[in-house]
Write a protein that binds this ligand. Sequence first.
Ligand SMILES: NC(=O)C1=CN([C@@H]2O[C@H](COP(=O)(O)OP(=O)(O)OC[C@H]3O[C@@H](n4cnc5c(N)ncnc54)[C@H](OP(=O)(O)O)[C@@H]3O)[C@@H](O)[C@H]2O)C=CC1
Ligand SMILES: O=C(O)[C@@H]1CCC=N1
Length: 265
Amino acid sequence: MKIGFIGLGNMATAMIGGMLQKGMAKSEDIIGSSKTETTAEKVKTKFNINTTTDNTAVAEQADILFLAVKPIFFPEVIAGIKDAVKADTLIISIAAGRKLQYLKDAFGRPELKLIRCMPNTPALVLEGCTGVCAGENVTEEETEQVLSLLRSFGIASVVPERLMDVVVGVSGSSPAYVFMFIEAMADEAVAAGMPRKQAYEFAAQSVLGSAKMVLETGKHPGELKDMVCSPGGTTIQAVKVLEEKGMRAAVMDAMDACIEKSKCM
Ligand SMILES: NC(=O)C1=CN([C@@H]2O[C@H](COP(=O)(O)OP(=O)(O)OC[C@H]3O[C@@H](n4cnc5c(N)ncnc54)[C@H](OP(=O)(O)O)[C@@H]3O)[C@@H](O)[C@H]2O)C=CC1
Ligand SMILES: O=C(O)[C@@H]1CCC=N1
């Protein structure tokens, strides 16, 4: 089975890296294309996969074909490959905002098997999170096949298409907010005298451990927060400042902006 990627940028390389690390695909089974020779060469060297700048060559060979270019390039990319894809190829868009109906209209081939998914870059370290919705021609077995491929680099679940923009906000884009939080914590640790490398390590490990507690204890995040806040202690002072500065509202407003942008892309 050949897995094709059109677009070899941040997200495609995170997914390829995850699939190879997990042994879900062999390097000889992955082919990819990019706009420039420079990227094609770089990705070829990094993963030992076949790469090209010829999208049609990838589209012709792929049994599973990921469309991993920016949403604005979808019209030109699809126009270039629509007659080359095989009728039984599973075509998976990873673009924010591009609806199944858009893909159906752009390909103009009603028989094609179209899927939309929204992964995130932690796929690179096998901790990805992917939402998936499948078009009408895709069977349950094919959806399961795609889910197991995506699960090679993290969790993956089916969501109704109306929630795909929410998936962009809560997992597709959210690593950026978390990286900002880690960076800010590390900056203050540095301001208070800690060496920078150690500050990133301590901040990141604390985020990792906290996330694991939410996932593994099943406890409400508020209860876990309360466990840290000793009466009259240090943590509640930090919590008070975060509430005064509107941290929760800032996160919710930021996600609202992200979800709205996804809706109108
Ligand atoms: N980054 C993320 O965290 C996530 C991104 N996504 C989605 O993934 C998609 C890609 O995003 P991202 O990886 O960040 O983008 P990048 O800008 O990192 O990569 C885009 C890739 O597309 C290639 N490309 C551009 N035009 C063409 C073309 N005509 N033919 C073939 N390849 C082309 C570029 O090639 P070259 O390098 O040669 O210019 C580049 O390799 C988007 O649709 C985005 O919505 C989804 C989830 C998370
Ligand atoms: O910023 C973006 O548009 C893409 C989609 C989700 C994450 N990155």
